[in-house]
Design a protein around this ligand. Structure first.
Ligand code: ADE
Length: 253
């Protein structure tokens, strides 16, 4: 098998800047309104880019990484709004499967099914899940992850013992900030852990091109009427989480 090239997509500039600082031999290229940073982290070749927000932006970016840069794998990092009441700000969700919660082609096809593809849930790649799951659990158990964040920030968000959850994530082109909106999503998808705006699109593109992928989300808010405030305040912390998780995962590749 040829050398792996890992596409890393982030939904926040803070994540990209932190991960870019880990890279060596970097070349950058601008295309389609994105900046692609190619280089290495440790001994692993990577192409890093800011996906922008929403499913179209993420799908275009993933496609570009695959076709132009020949990435063999994609890892997406970003934040998410918690839906499962067990989750707290600072917890991490590793997607097992992803669904488009705003896709509805009824009566032509079942709700959530991607037209003409016949798929509803897009699974993360098993090897990615295993590797990311054990690496992130270790970062949490050892206290390494939270020791990279200032005590003031941890206190601000009430982060004490962040946990890793592995389960289903729902993506849509909406920022969820109202109980009514949450209820409309969970009425038909009661078991999802969190919501975000890109993951299912990336997972769908990766499924269609046969590229292994994973989506890692840190909980920034609880998808309710304060979500826009919590989300904005949490962004710098999300950058630190992404740097810690990505560098530890790549060290295992
Ligand atoms: N990403 C982070 N928080 C979110 C929310 N509340 N809705 C959608 N995407 C998010």
């Amino acid at each position: 098998m040829g050398e792996k090239i890992i596409g890393i997509m982030g939904a926040m500039h803070e994540e990209i800047d932190g991960i870019a600082a880990l890279m060596s031999h970097v070349q950058t290229e601008e295309m389609g309104g994105r900046t692609y940073h190619s280089g290495s982290i440790g001994s692993v070749r990577v192409v890093l880019t800011f996906s922008r927000w929403g499913k179209v932006a993420a799908a275009v970016t993933a496609t570009h990484l695959i076709l132009k840069y020949g990435v063999t794998d994609i890892i997406f990092t970003g934040v998410a709004g918690a839906i499962d009441p067990e989750l707290h700000v600072g917890d991490i969700v590793l997607a097992q499967r992803l669904i488009h919660h705003d896709l509805d082609g009824r009566p032509l096809m079942p709700r959530y099914e991607v037209p003409l593809l016949g798929m509803t849930w897009f699974p993360a790649h098993e090897d990615h899940l295993q590797r990311a799951g054990s690496v992130i659990q270790r970062l949490l158990d050892s206290g390494t992850l939270i020791s990279a964040i200032s005590p003031e920030r941890l206190h601000l968000f009430g982060i004490e013992h962040p946990k890793l959850y592995i389960g289903d994530i729902a993506s849509g082109d909406q920022f969820i900030s109202a109980q009514q909106h949450r209820d409309a999503i969970t009425e038909h998808l009661p078991d999802i852990l969190c919501v975000e705006m890109e993951g299912a699109a990336v997972a769908q593109v990766c499924y269609e091109y046969g590229v292994p992928c994973s989506v890692i989300r840190t909980i920034s808010d609880t998808a309710d009427d304060r979500s826009h405030i919590d989300f904005s305040r949490f962004i710098p912390v999300a950058g630190t989480y992404a740097v810690q998780m990505i560098s530890a995962i790549l060290a295992q590749m």
